[in-house]
Design a protein around this ligand. Structure first.
Ligand code: NAD
Length: 213
């Protein structure tokens, strides 16, 4: 089967989730898995799983299903860059520090190389092995550390300014955790994550389920 070149963002999200579940299965010494088992782990349909895995050009066998190790390696080839990518966290407050701690060492192909802040008490210190620099060294450090992804965890009032600076410094992708949406040029991949939207979505479905009928 021919591998599809550019995959939709939602497919990439699911592939990342498949890999996480498959790694857990592998740790339990399971070697093969069927699409319906992956589907049950992630609360999606087996048809969706089969469609995604076909898109990446992989097929299992009728008798044994998918080879877990092979599938993990293939998802890695698709999602990960061969040499890995370097990431910077901008805004080392509550959320920035939590993200830095959480992500450190989680993915071998994604390295948090630097953090930036404007608070003089936070800069020139090392947090979980990651140095925090003043924002005015952004260009210099991004170039030196070959950072291609920026995680934005600054106050909402600072979002647009910092995002523009990142783009001007040549950043390739931004994960924006602030509640303020940003505009980026087409060559920069943007992912926005708004916790309040997610919570309101849950609240809506909780409300609906409480309604009679
Ligand atoms: P915080 O005030 O604890 O941290 C913000 C950090 O950004 C501070 O260290 C501050 O010095 C730094 N900063 C301010 N201006 C800056 C600039 N121009 N450049 C670089 N650094 C700068 O805030 P927080 O709770 O960590 O939240 C950060 C952002 O994430 C906010 O936009 C918030 O709405 C959003 N957010 C927070 C949470 C959470 O659980 N804390 C959850 C979702 C979203």
């Amino acid at each position: 089967m021919k591998r599809n070149n550019k995959l939709p963002g939602k497919t990439i999200e699911r592939l990342s989730q498949y890999r996480r579940s498959l790694l857990l299965c592998l740790a339990q010494e399971k070697t093969h898995i069927f699409s319906h088992e992956i589907a049950a782990l992630l609360h999606i349909t087996p048809v969706q799983v089969r469609r995604d895995i076909m898109l990446i050009g992989y097929t299992g066998t009728l008798r044994q299903g998918y080879d877990i190790r092979e599938l993990i390696d293939l998802i890695g080839e698709i999602i990960d860059s061969q040499d890995g990518l370097n990431v910077a966290v901008i805004g080392l407050g509550n959320l920035g520090r939590a993200i830095l701690t959480y992500l450190s060492g989680k993915r071998t192909k994604l390295r948090i190389a630097a953090a930036f802040d404007i608070n003089p008490e936070k800069v020139d210190k090392v947090y979980g092995g990651v140095p925090c620099y003043p924002l005015d060294r952004l260009q210099e450090i991004l170039e030196k550390e070959e950072v291609s992804i920026g995680i934005l965890t600054v106050p909402a009032t600072e979002t647009a300014g910092v995002a523009n600076t990142l783009v001007n410094c040549g950043i390739k992708g931004i994960l924006n955790y602030t509640p303020k949406p940003i505009n980026v040029p087409p060559h920069v991949y943007l992912q926005e994550y708004d916790m309040i939207t997610s919570l309101e979505k849950v609240a809506y479905f909780v409300k609906r389920n409480q309604q009679p009928g």
